[in-house]
Design a protein. Structure first.
Lengths: 281, 399
């Protein structure tokens, strides 16, 4: 009698405790710190938020952060969708498909720092990319990648591409092939079938992949920090500064909450697109 | 006028296995054809080949004399109703039906009008705004049909569209579909494994087996004159008895000479099988002392079917020779009738009719009697099975 209730209770308590201890508690700490007065004064205050939002510099950083996040997401989708298509639709040989998926996922097992340093080497003035571009005669002098948004973008896309490929690939694999045949049967050319059937049906996969990439991109620290060369600042770098060198937990907390709120707004918008169109699936 | 669809020895091979073996068939304008066969006989493969989802390994597919064998599905002037309906889940019912006209470049307003018309034809006027997942199986089937006929194709391919419906609904839809087909004048090519469904709807039935066409004919033709043992056994129930023909052209059925009525066709081979349908067999109890009573006339119990038979045949009532016990054939003196003594093994009543399972020596026979079983019939009883020889259909052994 008791065991019937105890088993699910025990199963629930573990994740519940984990979630509270490692997610809710730190978040609450950050939120409380962002709202409490600094120094010796006590009480709640919105001063830190005013300080964040009243400063144009912060808006610039927010803009850069979300621009990089958006471009990263778009680039990941544009590269990831065809790649997912290739893996799911074109590769017939299972072993090769497995090898491709492994190649795609293995970088995720390596440290972000190592991968970003790798890109620093590749994208440097005398790096492989510039050598290649000059060798092909596409550019006359080395392109400056490091310390530009483009450099950060390249590094981010490399890190985050697998998320889109896996999400879209999963959605593509689940599209009933008879629907595409029905489309063709009803007179739709391949391009029309893609636009009117395949794309709408994979939209939930696109949206979930995009949300993952976007949230990871706007909150990324290591890649932008290493590839920016100190010339570009994103919000996570600002937050890191406040926590690690300035030790202003109130101000840092307010910055974190701002990032969180902006990200949630973007995710909510994206999820809306996903459910409005994807509700039919 | 040339045929609408012509298949010219179409072959479909997947690796070493042959799914379609030299299929030749022609479909006329406005015809209702059923492709009938057990699962794996190649009927769906044939349909998919005609639709263009598969390219034939060899052979040609002609639509109104144009060779479309290499055409992509979207170029072919035909539409398909898929087995699982394949409705677009992200589009409303109206959106689904409009899909074809829109891809054909019809303006939105006109496409809407056409789609509403098609939905009205299948009785779904009020469902235009719903989504497929909100519909029952029967309604989804209608949407699939509307989505196909809105394009006014010359040929509609239907891949077991009724198999997901329950029996009652299926029977109703079969007739509705038949009426709709006659009204629209579109040729239907209907794949089914259900012989009753094929019989109900089709003008002609194409019986397929092992990637080949076994027989093409009307329902009556394939039922009364099956071309092969497979067809005989696949279409309804069949009693199969061996026959052979000696050099004097005398046909013997299971060792007994067959009195040949004029209109029974004998294939020009030495042996084969005779097909006898269960409803053609009359069952009459053999009296316990019949063995001694060699010249007994039919008892009153079996007088009724015999009288009946007399009227149909216009020939004298058959007299039985009950002296033969067990399985041996007895040639009835009356021309054109045959009888066999057998033991009833099972008696199954299905209300509308009664199925008698009888064992006559090595042969198991089935007889179907209308209505409930006669009180005089019982399991284990020795009975006389009789039938008009003309009811038999002889098939020659290919070997």
């Amino acid at each position: 009698m008791m065991s019937g209730l105890r088993a699910p209770f025990l199963l629930l308590i573990v994740p519940l405790v984990f979630f509270t201890a490692f997610f809710l508690a730190p978040l609450a700490t950050v939120v409380v710190a962002s709202l409490s007065a600094s120094g010796n004064e006590s009480g709640l205050t919105l001063d830190h938020y005013v300080r964040v939002l009243a400063d144009r510099y912060h808006w610039d950083v927010i803009l850069v952060t979300f621009r990089i996040g958006l471009y990263t997401t778009l680039a990941c989708l544009l590269l990831g969708y065809p790649l997912a298509w290739y893996l799911v639709r074109i590769v017939k040989w299972r072993t090769w498909r497995r090898i491709c998926v492994i190649m795609l996922v293995v970088p995720l097992f390596t440290s972000n720092i190592v991968r970003s340093f790798g890109w620093m080497v590749l994208l440097g003035r005398n790096g492989l990319v510039n050598d290649g571009l000059m060798g092909l005669g596409l550019v006359d002098r080395p392109v400056r990648f490091l310390g530009t948004e483009l450099g950060i973008l390249i590094g981010m896309v490399y890190v985050l591409l697998p998320f889109v490929v896996l999400a879209v690939g999963n959605a593509l694999a689940r599209v009933d092939s008879s629907l595409e045949q029905a489309s063709s049967d009803l007179g739709a050319r391949p391009a029309a079938t893609f636009m009117h059937v395949t794309l709408p049906l994979t939209l939930p996969g696109i949206v979930s992949g995009a949300i993952m990439v976007f949230t990871l991109a706007v909150s990324a620290y290591v890649t932008p920090a290493l590839l920016s060369g100190g010339r570009i600042t994103v919000l996570s770098m600002l937050i890191f500064q406040q926590y690690s060198s300035v030790f202003d937990f109130h101000y840092g907390g307010a910055l974190s909450v701002v990032l969180l709120v902006f990200t949630l707004i973007m995710v909510a918008l994206a999820a809306r697109i996903g459910t409005v169109k994807g509700s039919a699936t | 006028m040339s045929a609408l669809l012509t298949l010219d020895s179409v072959c479909q091979r997947f690796g070493a296995s042959t799914a379609l073996d030299a299929i030749s068939l022609s479909v006329e304008q406005g015809e209702f054809i059923a492709l009938l066969g057990p699962s794996g006989c190649g009927k769906t493969t044939l349909l998919r080949t005609i639709a263009g989802f598969l390219t034939p390994t060899s052979g040609r597919i002609l639509i109104e004399d144009k060779d479309v064998s290499a055409w992509a599905p979207y170029r072919r002037p035909l539409n398909t109703v898929f087995q699982n309906y394949a409705l677009f889940p992200h589009l409303s019912v109206l959106g689904n039906v409009m899909y074809g006209p829109r891809r054909a470049g019809v303006a939105r307003r006109d496409a809407q009008a056409q789609s509403h018309e098609a939905l009205a034809l299948v009785g779904l006027t009020d469902f235009a705004a719903r989504f497929p997942r909100e519909l029952s199986g029967g309604q989804q089937q209608r949407v699939a049909l509307a989505r196909a006929i809105v394009n006014r194709p010359k040929l509609l391919l239907l891949d077991e569209p009724l198999s997901a419906l329950d029996l009652k609904l299926r029977k109703r839809v079969q007739l509705e579909l038949k009426h709709l087909q006659q009204k629209l004048g579109i040729a239907f090519l209907f794949v089914t494994h259900d012989q009753e469904e094929a019989m109900t709807m089709a003008d002609r039935i194409v019986v397929m087996h092992g990637g080949r066409i076994e027989q093409v004919g009307t329902g009556t033709e394939i039922y009364r004159r099956p071309a092969s043992r497979f067809v005989a056994e696949f279409i309804g129930d069949a009693n199969i008895l061996p026959w052979s023909c000696d050099d004097q052209a005398r046909v013997t059925l299971d060792g007994t000479e067959l009195a040949m009525p004029g209109h029974i066709e004998v294939p020009p081979v030495a042996r084969g099988i005779a097909v006898l349908r269960p409803e053609d067999i009359h069952v009459s109890p053999t009296r316990p002392h019949a063995t001694d009573d060699a010249s007994s006339s039919p008892t009153s119990a079996d007088a009724a079917p015999d009288t009946n038979e007399t009227t149909i045949m216009g020939s004298p009532s058959p007299r039985r020779d009950p002296s033969t016990i067990g399985s041996s054939m007895s040639t009835p003196p009356a021309a054109g009738c045959m009888a066999l003594t057998a033991v009833v093994t099972d008696l199954v009543s299905i209300g509308s009719h009664t199925v008698v399972h009888a064992q006559a020596g090595e042969h198991k026979l089935l007889a179907r009697l209308p209505g409930l079983p006669d009180a005089s019939l019982a399991s284990g009883q020795t009975v006389t099975l009789s039938w008009r020889a003309a009811c038999m259909h002889l098939i020659g052994d290919a070997a």
